[in-house]
Design a protein around this ligand. Structure first.
Ligand code: PLP
Length: 237
C-alpha cells in the first residue's frame, strides 16, 4: 500500500503556488513563440507523492495526472475517485501490467512496442472510450533508453493506428538531460519533425508530450502540447 502520510511535507499552499508559477512559465514561453498557452496542457507527475498532494493539485485546477508505477497509481485513483481527473500512464510498461493500465487509465504515453499496444487494445474494456496513446521515441538514440528508434517509428505507428480500442494521438520523448537550451530544442525539434512526418499518412495526431521541469520552455518553443512536470509542482522525490 502507498503511504498516504506526506514524506517530504509540502504544505497545500506550496503545491498551489508552484502550479501558479508553472502556469506563468507556460504562458510566457507560449507568448515568446507566438503560441496560445491554452494549446499546452500541464500534466502533473505525481509518482511517489501521496493522494493528498494530487488532491491539492486538483484544487488548484490541474486535471491531468501522470503516474509511473501501477500499484501506487491504482491506490491513488481509489482514494481520489470523487475527482474528475484524467490519468496518464507515463512509466515503463511490461506485458503483465497492460490489463490494469487498459482498464484504469485514460492515456498511455510510454508505448514503444507493437506487442504492448496490441495487448492494450485487446484489454481495453468495450464500454470505455478508446485508450489515448502516444508512442515513446528514443530521440537521443541512447542505447539504454526506452523508446522506439526514429527508423522504426513509421512502421510501428502505422500498425498501432489500426488497433481498434486505441486512439493514437502522438509522440512522447525524454531527451538526454542537457542544460544547453539549443541542445534541448534540437531534441524536441526532432520529435516534432517525426510527428509531422507521420501526420502525412495518419489522421488524428495532435499531441507532442515533451518537456519536464527543467526544459519545458524549449519544449513549448518546439510545439509541445503536453508538458509533464513533477519536481516543480510536488517538490523533489
Ligand atoms: C518523472 C517523470 C517526469 C517529471 O519529471 P520532473 O523532472 O520531476 O518534472 C516527466 N516524464 C516522465 C516520463 C517521468 O518519468
Amino acid at each position: 500500500m502507498l503511504a498516504t502520510a506526506p514524506t517530504r511535507a509540502m504544505t497545500d499552499l506550496a503545491v498551489a503556488k508552484n502550479i501558479a508559477k508553472l502556469e506563468k512559465r507556460i504562458r510566457i514561453a507560449s507568448q515568446n513563440c507566438g503560441r496560445d498557452a491554452r494549446q499546452v496542457t500541464l500534466l502533473a507527475v505525481a509518482k511517489t507523492k501521496p493522494a493528498a498532494a494530487v488532491r491539492e493539485a486538483a484544487a488548484a485546477g490541474v486535471i491531468d495526472i501522470g503516474e509511473n508505477y501501477l500499484q501506487e497509481s491504482l491506490d491513488k485513483m481509489a482514494e481520489l475517485s470523487d475527482l474528475p481527473l484524467r490519468w496518464h500512464f507515463i512509466g515503463p510498461l511490461q506485458s503483465n501490467k497492460t490489463r490494469a493500465v487498459a482498464e484504469h487509465f485514460d492515456w498511455v504515453h510510454s508505448v514503444d512496442r507493437l506487442k504492448i499496444a496490441r495487448r492494450l487494445s485487446e484489454q481495453r474494456p468495450q464500454e470505455l472510450p478508446p485508450l489515448n496513446l502516444c508512442l515513446q521515441v528514443n530521440i537521443s538514440n541512447e542505447e539504454s533508453k526506452a523508446g522506439v528508434g526514429l527508423d522504426e517509428l513509421p512502421a510501428l505507428a502505422a500498425e498501432v493506428a489500426r488497433l481498434p480500442q486505441l486512439r493514437l494521438r502522438g509522440l512522447m520523448a525524454i531527451p538526454a538531460p542537457s542544460d544547453d537550451p539549443a541542445e534541448q530544442r534540437a531534441a524536441f525539434a526532432a520529435l516534432r519533425h517525426a510527428l509531422e512526418g507521420l501526420q502525412a499518412s495518419i489522421d488524428g495526431l495532435d499531441t507532442l508530450s515533451m518537456g519536464m521541469s527543467r526544459d519545458l520552455e524549449a519544449a513549448i518553443a518546439e510545439g509541445a502540447t503536453m508538458v509533464r512536470v513533477g519536481t516543480d509542482i510536488f517538490g523533489p522525490r
